[in-house]
Design a binder for this molecule. Structure first.
Ligand SMILES: [Zn+2]
Length: 173
């Protein structure tokens, strides 16, 4: 990922998360890792497509058909609204595999106030994924989806969420 591609990906995030993601990447690289890719905004359609991988609709409900094909446990999540990103991290050119190495990257995100659940044994644990702690403010992706439909743009959704989540305020766009 070039610096230019990284900047473009960062710009799809809410300014508050954008600032923390840039700092997270800088701290991760100072700790001796390389950030190879940042996946930030993804469309609702893209999330749905990822979520359906390895699943099949049976009697009106989605069920796991092939666990090896599962790439996400979050059907909607915060990616379509600019409040989540995934990091692809290497050390000396090799993908990070150890839980210990990942927990360093995860802790760097947590110290910036982000949610990271990569050390959890929960089924939805995803080491690459970081997000704004919206759950602490009682705001969920389905709420954001509804507001997005009402307001019609990401910027308008962001302004609306800034009214509900005080910590998002005061960050210049
Ligand atoms: Zn993610």
């Amino acid at each position: 990922m070039t610096g230019c591609e990284l900047d473009a990906a960062l710009r799809t995030l809410h300014p508050g998360l954008r600032e923390r993601a840039a700092e997270h990447i800088a701290r991760t690289e100072r700790a001796g890792f390389e950030v190879r890719e940042l996946i930030a905004w993804e469309s609702i359609e893209r999330r749905e497509e990822l979520w359906r991988r390895g699943r099949a609709l049976e009697a009106g409900a989605w069920r796991v058909r092939d666990p090896a094909l599962i790439v996400t446990h979050s059907r909607l999540g915060w990616h379509p609204f600019g409040f989540a990103y995934d990091l692809d991290v290497t050390r000396e050119g090799k993908p990070l595999r150890s839980a210990r190495a990942w927990s360093r990257v995860g802790e760097l995100g947590r110290t910036l106030g982000l949610d990271w659940h990569g050390d959890s044994s929960a089924q939805w644990n995803n080491r690459h994924h970081f997000q704004w702690p919206m759950g602490a403010a009682g705001v969920w992706p389905k709420d954001a989806a509804k507001l997005f439909r009402q307001h019609g743009s990401l910027e308008a959704l962001w302004r609306e969420l800034e009214r509900r989540v005080p910590e998002l305020r005061g960050v210049a766009a």
